[in-house]
Ligand binder design. Structure first.
Ligand code: ADE
Length: 220
């Protein structure tokens, strides 16, 4: 069971991706818990302000330290976090290996940035790990957080059934997955490779391994 506490200025961005299919089933089974906290509830003053201009000038607003410090500190009083992660394009690039190791944790806090990002002092004070989901810039950390929760959530034992076990995924053994087919065996003249219809498990396994290697060499 893993619990994620996610801090966001736009919680609704994440609700749908984490409320369907495998993620919803993981929650229903009590294997995954996701609590999304609205940063605006911790805003300062009558306008519940959460961002301000950047010292030194420059375009784009910065998320103020106080609202973030208040919510993070409050969450920290109710549980011990294995990691407090800030989603940012200048973080360490997320991959399957990182998902595997994070899936061993019980409690993770995710902080989603907006605008230019968060005040450096919050990173210095609270953040234990910084993750980027790739070398591109999103308009906020929410989609990145949903990606991270999904990739980790499906690795929690009991979330996937044996048939779709994460052990056989692309990337788990450093290889991309081989091509896959379902019925019909002939679609508009395009035929499923004969070996897959052979019933010979050994030949099928050898074919899959060879195609996985081919795929990996071609695309990576
Ligand atoms: N926030 C904005 N862009 C991001 C990215 N590529 N990864 C993680 N968080 C982000």
């Amino acid at each position: 069971m893993i619990r994620f506490d996610i801090i966001s200025a736009v919680p609704s961005l994440m609700e749908s991706p984490l409320s369907h299919s495998i993620m919803q089933r993981a929650k229903d089974k009590g294997l995954l818990e996701v609590e999304i906290h609205n940063l605006h509830d911790y805003g300062i003053g009558k306008h519940a302000q959460i961002d301000d201009y950047q010292y030194g000038g420059g375009a784009g607003m910065v998320m103020m330290p106080e609202p973030l410090d208040n919510i993070i500190s409050e969450l920290k009083t109710s549980r011990q976090y294995d990691e407090i992660i800030y989603l940012t394009p200048d973080g360490e690039t997320f991959d399957q290996k990182m998902a595997n190791s994070l899936s061993l944790h019980g409690s993770i806090m995710l902080i989603c940035g907006h605008y230019k990002g968060i005040d450096q002092r919050i990173r210095d004070l609270h953040v234990t790990k910084e993750i980027s989901i790739g070398d591109f810039v999103l308009s906020g950390g929410e989609l990145a957080a949903a990606v991270v929760v999904d990739a980790i959530g499906r690795l929690i034992p009991g979330v996937l059934n044996n048939e779709s076990s994460a052990l056989f995924d692309s990337h788990q053994d450093g290889l991309l997955a081989p091509p896959i087919y379902t019925r019909p065996a002939d679609y508009k003249g395009m035929k499923v490779p004969e070996v897959l219809l052979s019933g010979n498990d050994q030949r099928i396994e050898a074919w899959r391994e060879a195609r996985a290697e081919e795929n990996t060499n071609r695309k990576k």
